[in-house]
Design a protein around this ligand. Structure first.
Ligand code: SAM
Length: 213
């Protein structure tokens, strides 16, 4: 598949009309996702690895990869010595590819924005890349992600600038802060996560680091 037609997947997932369509698109994209993302010049795993190295302890306890997809982030964290990795995603097709990577101790189909089937304070850290973005997981996802992070644990996630400013994430994060549930530790500069794709699907983003309280 040439670069132009492989980018159709990006146009499709960003244009999905609802969660059912989005899930089907990812199910169908799953087998080609890793090679396509490599072709697109995907930079989130590298930025996440840098932030994990700066803020997380590989032996600090279980890490939840929220919207794990095919497990690109799990692979990075496993290389860095994180051994207790749990992944969730709403696409069984993506999870099947992640399973083959052999780096997650548990993978479950769960939907961000809904109740997550984990006890309070289950994780030392939550990471999420490329999921809190246009038409994907809603701002309400943050309530559950903070709930399942233990006090003192970290949340590291990418947010597209558009999603942060227009889809309620700014207000949601400010409300969680005001409620004493988490505090911001760091934010990256804005950057383009996919450096080799058409402008309309680049969606500039930034990474945030929060501490759960
Ligand atoms: C662009 S991929 C990112 C996957 C992986 N984190 C990465 O960086 O390669 C987005 C993933 O989010 C998942 N996703 C989208 N909306 C979701 C939701 N509301 N709940 C759970 N997963 C969701 C999709 O199924 C897909 O696997």
């Amino acid at each position: 598949m040439n670069q132009e037609s492989s980018q159709n997947w990006l146009h499709k997932v960003y244009g999905a009309s609802d969660a059912t369509e989005l899930k089907q698109l990812y199910d169908n994209w799953a087998e080609d996702y890793d090679s396509d993302l490599q072709t697109y010049g995907y930079r989130y795993p590298a930025v996440l690895a840098g932030l994990a190295g700066r803020h997380l302890d590989p032996e600090g306890g279980p890490v939840l990869d929220a919207g794990a997809g095919t497990g690109l982030i799990g692979e990075m964290l496993a290389i860095l010595g994180f051994s207790e990795l749990v992944g969730i995603d709403m696409s069984d097709g993506m999870l099947a590819v992640a399973q083959r990577k052999g780096v997650y101790s548990r993978l479950d189909n769960m939907t961000l924005g809904e109740h997550l089937d984990f006890a309070d304070s289950s994780f030392a850290a939550v990471v999420s890349t490329g999921v809190l973005t246009v038409g994907h997981a809603p701002a309400e996802s943050m309530d559950e992600l903070v709930r399942v992070t233990r006090p003192g644990g970290h949340l590291i996630f990418s947010l597209t600038v558009q999603t942060y400013e227009q889809d309620g994430f700014k207000q949601k994060l400010e409300a969680l802060e005001a409620a004493g549930r988490c505090q911001p530790l760091a934010v990256t500069s804005d950057f383009v996560g996919l450096v080799a794709v058409d402008d309309e699907v680049t969606h500039p983003a930034r990474f945030f680091v929060y501490r759960a309280l």
